[in-house]
Design a protein around this ligand. Structure first.
Ligand SMILES: *Cc1c(COP(=O)(O)O)cnc(C)c1O
Length: 714
């Protein structure tokens, strides 16, 4: 018999290690403990423990069945944490290998809202795979008091932003203390003052994520707000956040006694850490700036994530001067030399300081996030290497992936375990064994998928009811939302940030034609939209409004819906329950994209322009004679955007009408669309085997991390 005290310790440990994100049994343990608290707190197990009814909790801890589930889950976590049979263990890496991964956002769980979109979700999935593979890695980021905003759409269809304060004490986070028990704090010099940050730790399986928070009493009120919002505030807030992330984060690891062998900058936001590395190399080795640059390069890894200009940080020289005047002197370089590291033309004193340029000039390994994006990045930054030809620019690519155990629906996951083997979870098998998916009977795969679609429809109805209630709709109107959408209708999912290049409304160029397609008497289609526009992006908000209005238009009623507050939870439902995942960015502006990978891993078929990861997946399948979905166009790009949109929307209508819908509704015995299921299997065979973060983290380890570690040994 385990004592209640021990059980409580076990369950607390289960709540604080984020491995529950990808362990369904542990999730259910908390959900069952207090379903209503679980839902209200966006699936936060720590809040469940704090807020669950004490009597009920005591009862549960006396219920043998529930106790057995706790023991089972706890045993699973312990085995996971202590296992030495990992992919990394087979790599013969030096013992002191430690990778420090820096990112401004992490999308791990919906109850930890410190992410805005794909960049954060990728960083979260990177940590989870590093944990599964046993790669010795720690994450560094910022802990935002207000996180990213929560989206509500008002009655006029306009996006409203709500910033709920996070209560860190009731989140799966631990305050980091020093040996003497006091809170660990790091200090970064700002103009005329010191700014302090305390450090929190999230446990992600075997990996620790350290998050810096400037909301401490030592700071003046303005500085307490530095980590207030993700991507909020002005340029000065941005440079302050990046100082805390890059330099504060670097010093936090040092204060913790950690000695990273490699620093990985996920996007340019954290690139100031390179200055910290260089400064130390100069002081410790009495090196010149040039010598220090050469010495640190092998230890710095940089991933660039976007070819869109607005996605790169630029700081005016005057602002840099204020924040880095003293810093340059401490490093032993002139301000001009420091600024030169972030300029395309170091001689041009008027040029803004660019974080991407700083990262590219200092990192020994730089990469884009898909094959196409690698090419685009080499072209975009070739000015930094004037004596090299395009192909010689030292920017490679490591194609993004997704963490499969997080994104695959539990029912499908067990099916894969049975037919593919469970190596896809641990990274210990390679792609070919995914061919086992062909053994799954069509009826079985289809039935599982239909259950996911039904769940999606229920989920969307619930969200729409909440929205209507908030708008003060009548009871009858709210009740009517329960009949919206059809659980057996061909369902298209479209969810992403409302950035202009993603062209959310490409589908609406000819609304009459669209209405005919969606309302086809035998082959109807319904579309579920979700996504946030940046708070200052009026254009993006106008797109959302356009969708909201169409959703209310008679012609599209019940055929088009917009779900508010796109987050990991909404994403999870959509990528499991849709039939088709629509993506129509303007090539080549989508560096990779990852939502389509999540969809494909669940048997959802992609319908996308040949951009980012899909360009790669599509061409690779084509070369093997496999069809895994649909390509909108064949990768051509026109200078005239308007013309391109006209051509591509035409192709899109044609595909939906003449290929997608007919195939979906062509049913064999027992209502199973065999050709469609054949495509699902081809896509499951081709996509998750390749486009997953285990493969991605292995590539980073082999090509960037381990070479950096051995350079240190020399
Ligand atoms: C996966 C994901 C994204 C990124 O999807 P893209 O295809 O890259 O746009 C953004 N937000 C959330 C919540 C996600 O889960």
């Amino acid at each position: 018999m385990t004592s209640p005290r021990t059980l409580e310790q076990h369950i607390t440990r289960l709540a604080f290690n984020l491995r529950w994100i990808w362990d369904e049994d542990t999730r259910r343990l908390f959900e069952d403990m207090a379903p209503e608290v679980w839902a209200r707190t966006r699936h936060n197990p720590v809040a469940v423990l704090r807020q669950a009814d004490g009597t009920k909790l005591d009862d549960l801890l006396r219920d043998p069945a529930y106790v057995a589930r706790i023991q089972e889950a706890y045993g699973g976590l312990e085995r996971y944490l202590s296992s030495s049979e990992t992919w990394f263990a087979t790599q013969r890496a030096p013992k002191d290998t430690l990778i420090a991964y820096f990112s401004a956002e992490y999308g791990l769980a919906e109850c930890l809202p410190i992410y805005a979109g794909g960049l954060g979700v990728l960083a979260g999935d990177h940590l989870k795979s590093a944990s599964d593979l046993g790669v010795p890695l720690v994450g560094v980021g910022l802990l935002y008091r207000h996180g990213y905003f929560r989206q509500q759409v008002d009655e006029s269809g306009w996006q409203q932003e709500r910033y709920d304060p996070n209560d860190f004490e009731s989140m799966p986070l631990l305050r980091v203390t020093r040996d003497d028990g006091r809170t660990l704090k790091v200090c970064v010099r700002f103009p005329g003052r010191d700014v302090y940050a305390q450090v929190w730790r999230a446990e992600v399986g075997r990996v620790s994520l350290y998050l810096l928070d400037t909301d401490v009493p030592e700071n003046d009120p303005r500085d307490r707000e530095i980590t207030g919002q993700l991507y909020g505030g002005d340029l000065e807030t941005r440079i302050q956040q990046e100082l805390i992330l890059g330099i504060g984060g670097y010093r936090a690891l040092e204060a913790l006694g950690l000695e990273p062998t490699v620093y990985h900058m996920n996007e340019g936001h954290s690139a100031f850490l390179a200055l910290e590395e260089i400064g130390r190399a100069m002081r410790q080795g009495e090196r010149s700036l040039g010598e220090a640059l050469a010495a640190v390069a092998p230890h710095l890894v940089f991933t660039t994530h976007t070819p869109v200009a607005a996605g790169h940080d630029y700081f005016p020289p005057e602002l840099m001067g204020r924040y880095f005047g003293e810093y340059a002197a401490d490093m032993g370089v002139s301000m001009g030399e420091l600024l030169g590291l972030g300029r395309r033309n170091p001689e041009d004193a008027s040029e803004y300081f660019c974080m991407t340029v700083l990262a590219l000039r200092t990192a020994g390994h730089s990469n884009g996030v898909s094959e196409l994006h690698g090419e685009v990045s080499r072209e975009m930054w070739r000015c930094l290497w004037p004596d090299r030809t395009g192909g010689e620019v030292p920017i490679g690519h490591v194609t993004n992936g997704v963490h499969l155990p997080t994104w695959i629906a539990p029912e499908l996951a067990s099916m894969y375990d049975e037919h593919v083997g469970n190596g896809w979870r641990t990274g210990l098998i390679e792609g070919s064994s995914w061919s086992g998916i062909e053994e799954v009977p069509d009826e079985k795969l289809w039935a599982a998928h239909e259950r996911e679609r039904r769940e999606l429809v229920e989920f969307v109805r619930g969200r729409l009811r909440e929205q209507l209630e908030r708008h003060g709709a009548s009871e009858a109107e709210v009740a009517a939302a329960s009949g919206l959408l059809d659980p057996s209708c061909l369902t298209v999912g479209f969810a992403r940030r409302f950035a202009t290049y993603k062209r959310a409304t490409l589908l609406f160029r000819d609304t009459d034609r669209l209405a005919r397609i969606l309302n086809h008497p035998e082959r109807p289609i319904q579309i579920v939209f979700a996504g946030k526009a940046h708070p200052r992006d009026e254009g993006g908000k106008a797109l959302i409004q356009q969708i909201e209005w169409l959703a209310r238009d008679e012609r599209f009623h019940g055929r088009i819906v917009f779900v508010e507050d796109y987050d990991l939870d909404v994403a999870r439902h959509l990528v499991r329950g849709a039939d088709v995942w629509l993506n129509n960015p303007k090539r080549p502006l989508e560096a990779s994209g990852t939502s389509g990978m999540k969809a494909a891993a669940n048997g959802v078929l992609n319908l996308s322009t040949l951009d980012g990861w899909w360009d790669e997946a599509w061409r690779s399948a084509e070369s093997r004679g496999a069809t895994i979905g649909w390509a909108i166009g064949s990768g051509e790009s026109y200078d005239d955007e308007e013309y391109q949109a006209a051509v591509e929307s035409e192709v899109l209508y044609e595909l939906l009408e003449c290929q997608v819908a007919p195939l979906f509704y062509e049913r064999g015995e027992a209502g199973v669309p065999h050709i469609w299921v054949g495509l699902m299997k081809a896509s499951i065979r081709a996509v998750p085997s390749e486009f997953n973060t285990n493969r991605m983290v292995k590539e980073y380890t082999e090509r960037a991390y381990l070479p950096g570690v051995s350079a240190l040994a020399e």
